[in-house]
Design a binder for this molecule. Structure first.
Ligand code: GLU
Length: 420
């Protein structure tokens, strides 16, 4: 896994390759292509903050609002050393198609701060978050742009963001962010939602491919919010998770990793380092291990031309954003490996974010089973739609998902017209 900062190719440039393939199928005119391959707004700003030691430092913050055609922009905030404008733009681009593919009334956006949260205390994180939010007061809001958690940002970070925004506008505005704690307007089921969405898509696709869920071997790369909940939910459904990983390495157990034990280990030590429930192997090796279903749930660019030829899984369900390079995607297609693309595979998170935003606006909160049932309905309705498009056009699920999403955004744009 390479961090965005040290890569020599543009992630956004690569992301556009997927767009173009679907745009060709849709015979999209050049004007529409031009509009949809440019972000609406990119904001870069400095975040000066004081260390607990008293020293001042400055980090760089970003917010990219890619598209507003279908509604307010929507997308998470990432705190990571690899955050760049290019990466945030690609992530905002993907959010646009993700929201459209599951038919949410949102556009797409993303934010980030280039920083290493492992070196920050809780009060330092709070100061950075409050300054980040304060810089964006004019451009975010329930009808403008609605942030949410992403890599290394938690419900607590969302609570600070919401509080800062509310203080500036002098009223309580829970709907300015999603992924908040329950006590201040969060939704039941939001924390697990992305992992739950991964398992919903995976199990449905396994059934379609006649992969027996009770015998299948599943490998999950990443043990953050997405990987951890996906592993838990797969295990609850009686599936065998044979390998899990985090930055400390990968842990392989042919008989199935005890996920409850891994969760307690991670909760206690905040890492899988020292986990004894599996043979320790390398992360790269794990991606090529024998399995039926492989779930990347970490950062971008995990599958490239270098390793795609050796992947043994029959099905890849993308829990992370952008794990597969266009070359790797071509190799998977040639080799008959089915991929549920990120914009569908991890859309469970933003779908429950939409439910949270709607509940905040109503001031009326749903029971957990209502959230989960509605989530399953949204994901399966659109996954089945994508499958139909893929079959009709002889395309991959990824191209079909982009086709559906682009078509929805273009319809909205055409109805609104271009204000030129
Ligand atoms: N960060 C998540 C994603 O990439 C969730 C975004 C949201 O809920 O707005 O989909």
């Amino acid at each position: 896994m390479t961090s965005a900062a040290v890569r020599d190719v543009s992630i956004f440039g690569e992301a556009i390759a997927y767009f173009n393939e679907a745009a060709d199928l849709l015979e999209l005119d050049s004007g529409m292509r031009r509009i949809l391959t440019h972000p609406s707004r990119q904001i870069i700003f400095s975040i000066p903050f004081q260390r607990d030691s008293g020293e001042f430092e400055v980090f760089t913050g970003y917010r990219v609002q890619y598209n507003f055609a279908r509604g307010p922009a929507k997308g998470g905030i990432r705190y990571h050393p690899g955050v760049t404008l290019d990466e945030v733009t690609a992530l905002a681009f993907w959010m646009t198609w993700k929201c459209a593919v599951v038919d949410l009334p949102f556009g797409g956006s993303k934010g980030g701060v280039t920083c290493d949260p492992t070196t920050l205390s809780s009060s330092e994180l709070e100061r950075i978050t409050r300054r980040y939010a304060a810089e964006l007061v004019e451009v975010v809001g329930p009808d403008k742009d609605v942030p949410a958690p992403d890599v290394n940002t938690t419900p607590q970070v969302m609570a600070w963001f919401m509080d800062t925004y509310s203080m500036h506008v002098r009223q309580n505005v829970p709907g300015v962010v999603t992924g908040k704690p329950l006590e201040i307007g969060g939704s039941r089921g939001r924390v697990e939602a992305t992992g739950r969405g991964v398992t919903i898509c995976a199990l449905d696709q396994m059934q379609k491919m006649s992969i027996d869920a009770s015998r299948a071997a599943i490998v999950i790369q990443g043990f953050g919010n997405v990987g951890m909940h996906a592993a838990k939910l797969f295990a609850e459904r009686g599936c065998k998770v044979v390998a899990i990983s985090d930055i400390s390495g990968a842990y392989y157990n042919e008989k199935g990793v005890n996920i409850d034990a891994a969760l307690s280990h991670a909760a206690k030590f905040r890492t899988l380092e020292g986990f004894a429930g599996g043979e320790r192997i390398g992360n790269a090796e794990m991606l090529l291990s024998n399995c039926d279903v492989l779930v990347p749930a970490a950062l971008e660019n995990v599958f490239t031309a270098q390793n795609a030829g050796q992947v043994k899984a029959k099905l890849i369900v993308e829990g992370s954003n952008g794990p597969t390079s266009p070359e790797a995607d071509r190799i998977f297609k040639e080799r008959g490996i089915t991929v549920i693309p990120d914009i569908m595979g991890n859309a469970g998170g933003v779908t429950v974010s939409y439910f949270e935003w709607a509940q905040d606006r109503m001031g009326y909160f749903w029971k957990e089973h209502e959230v989960n049932e509605r989530l399953e309905d949204v994901l399966l309705t659109n996954l089945h739609e994508i499958r139909k498009i893929a079959e009709r056009r002889g395309a991959t699920l990824r191209t079909a998902a982009y086709t559906l999403a682009i078509d929805r955004v273009v319809r909205a744009l055409k109805l609104r017209g271009i204000y030129a």
